[in-house]
Design a protein around this ligand. Structure first.
Ligand code: SAH
Length: 261
């Protein structure tokens, strides 16, 4: 049977970084469902990436998209952060932010919010600079390949992060399970995996373009993680949803665990 699942090359031609950022990441003065979820995720990130609980030199993220919000707490811990994505235009959007090119997406409201959470709202310009220094590499990646970074070789990470990538990159459960094994190669044995996924998703919208999501239950995700050699420290199902006009899904899972030695 032919699959209708969005093929990865549609990400190259149809994933518009600015549309994505403006739909999901603007923190508008009149809070939307998107804003509430973003703030919730930032609070979770501040808890997970708390210097008392987590240590390490290198964090690698797979499927970063065009966003940097996910590194704002982590940049207080890791010496080096590597962002990756299948679509080069997303890496280019981050690169423009790193280089402070005029007209790039304004992350200031998000950075200020994180600084407030961390208890020092004055230091937001400093935090931006810290992240700019720590975000050292932007690399092409394909989670469906056994070597997701191709011929690029990096030390294995102390922490591997992935948010809403695998369920959008994998057309079925076997592909999802294999992708977890593929990305596991980027993480040190004993290293921490932080995974955020939408649950029971079908699609999300970028203006009029529909991108597929693999519908997954918490049990399927946990089972796939276990089969890929990860052990759970903490997982939480969050009964929150994005605006129905933007994402069709039923909740979010946050899963933190370790790659078994
Ligand atoms: N992590 C970001 C973006 C999620 S959108 C956020 O928190 O908003 C899903 C991302 O997965 C897109 O940026 C898309 O380009 C990327 N992606 C899709 N297929 C992929 C693949 N096979 N390998 C790596 N990344 C992929």
């Amino acid at each position: 049977m032919e699959s209708n699942f969005t093929p990865k090359d549609a990400y190259l031609s149809h994933f518009k970084p600015r549309t994505y950022l403006e739909t999901y990441y603007t923190l508008a003065p009149n809070p939307s469902k998107e804003d509430q979820i973003l703030k919730f995720i930032l609070r979770k990130m501040a808890e997970i990436f708390c210097p008392d609980k987590m240590k390490g030199d290198l964090l690698i993220e797979v499927g970063s998209g065009p966003t940097i919000y996910q590194f704002l707490s982590a940049c207080e811990i890791f010496k080096e952060i590597v962002a990756t994505d299948y679509a080069e235009q997303n890496l280019e959007e981050i690169n423009q932010w790193l280089k402070k090119e005029p007209g790039t997406f304004d992350w200031s409201p998000v950075v200020k919010y994180v600084c407030e959470l961390e208890g020092d709202r004055e230091k937001w310009t400093e935090k931006k600079e810290k992240l700019r220094q720590k975000l050292k590499q932007l690399l092409k990646c394909d989670v469906t390949q056994s070597q997701p970074l191709g011929s690029v070789s990096l030390p294995q990470a102390d922490c591997l992060l992935s948010i809403y990538c695998l369920e959008t990159a994998c057309k079925d459960l076997p592909t999802y399970q294999q992708a977890l094994k593929n990305i596991s190669s980027l993480l040190k044995p004993g290293g921490t995996l932080v995974l955020f996924s939408v649950l029971k998703g079908h699609y999300y919208m970028l203006k009029d373009y529909k991108f597929s999501i693999l519908p997954l239950t918490p049990e399927e995700i946990k089972d796939a993680l276990e089969k890929a050699g990860f052990e759970c420290d903490k997982s939480e199902v969050i009964p929150r949803n994005y605006d129905k006009a933007h994402v069709n899904h039923d909740g979010i899972i946050i899963w933190v665990g370790r790659k078994l030695k």
